[in-house]
Design a protein around this ligand. Structure first.
Ligand SMILES: NC(=O)c1ccc[n+]([C@@H]2O[C@H](COP(=O)([O-])OP(=O)(O)OC[C@H]3O[C@@H](n4cnc5c(N)ncnc54)[C@H](O)[C@@H]3O)[C@@H](O)[C@H]2O)c1
Length: 258
């Protein structure tokens, strides 16, 4: 479908995606490309990034990879420059790179682990937003979606660093929405529950009892699929979400509703 009713279309847009080779990022990249965007894939993993570029091009899409550590300001700035130099602009960004650093309560969390977690999950999101917004302000606006987590709304047991970082992602999302929406930049967040990506499934290998506990903890009765987060992110990045800003949308099978 195309025309005035196809407000989900991303044709003519340049969409930047961080954590692009991971479970949620790669599904979102494929979906945005299928909806017409030129996608810029940013990640630490260059090999997987180039492979994903190839797969998107084979499917008829436009894509390019830029190796990026989102926690390094020079990399965040270079990633935005790369998007502009490669595809001529930057209209939308999905700040999705994230890490899980282990499961400890506050008193047991080493400072180094805390700093590593916040450095990628929170400071990384902030740095990407900072450079994306600077470009968008000077070029007619844009749309940003950040990946938080249900840990951005409620506490995950023994995950003080991750819970704090993801609450921070919700905070910086709302702050930027308030500051920039009147200047043409919408800023929203997705808050996934348990999603079947390497991040979660790696922790469940050989642990069927834990897997069943996690499945049962979602009222919908299962772990989510990466494409279910991608659909929400791509919607928020599109004109179909033109009156949505500052929203923090659960994609969690009802987990936080209980
Ligand atoms: N899988 C889940 O259950 C779940 C639940 C809630 C939130 N999330 C969030 O979703 C996002 C995507 O995670 P995923 O589940 O797809 O995991 P994943 O491990 O498959 O993907 C994460 C990606 O981020 C990249 N990355 C890590 N550190 C980076 C850095 N410093 N710079 C650039 N890229 C970096 C990794 O290389 C990887 O490709 C994360 O922010 C995560 O916290 C995941």
């Amino acid at each position: 479908m195309s025309g005035p009713f196809d407000r989900l279309s991303l044709a003519g847009r340049v969409v930047l995606i961080t954590g692009a080779t991971g479970g949620i990022g790669s599904e979102t990249a494929r979906l945005c490309a299928a909806r017409g965007a030129a996608v810029v894939l940013a990640d630490l993993n260059a090999e997987a990034g180039e492979a994903l570029v190839g797969a998107i091009r084979v499917a008829g899409g436009q894509a390019a990879f830029v190796r990026t550590d989102v926690g390094a300001e020079a990399d965040a700035a270079a990633m935005v420059r790369f998007a502009v130099e490669t595809f001529g602009g930057l209209h939308a960004a999905f700040n999705n790179a994230g890490i899980d650093t282990g499961h400890l309560p506050v008193a047991d969390t080493p400072l180094e682990q805390w700093q590593r977690n916040l450095g990628t999950n929170l400071t990384g999101t902030f740095l990407c937003m900072k450079h994306e917004i600077a470009h968008m302000l000077a070029h007619g606006g844009g749309a940003i979606v950040n990946t938080a987590s249900t840990s951005g709304a409620i506490a995950t047991v023994t995950s003080a660093d991750y819970t704090a970082a993801k609450h921070g992602v919700v905070g910086v999302t709302r702050s930027a929405a308030v500051d920039y929406s009147a200047r043409g930049i919408r800023v929203n967040a997705v808050l996934p529950g348990g999603i079947a990506t390497p991040m979660l499934m790696g922790a469940l290998v050989g642990n069927d009892p834990l897997r069943r506990v996690i499945e049962a903890s979602h009222p919908i009765g299962r772990i989510g699929e990466p494409h279910e987060v991608a659909e929400t992110a791509a919607f928020l990045l599109s004109d179909a979400a033109s009156f949505i800003t500052g929203a923090c949308i659960m994609v969690d099978g009802g987990f936080t509703t209980q």
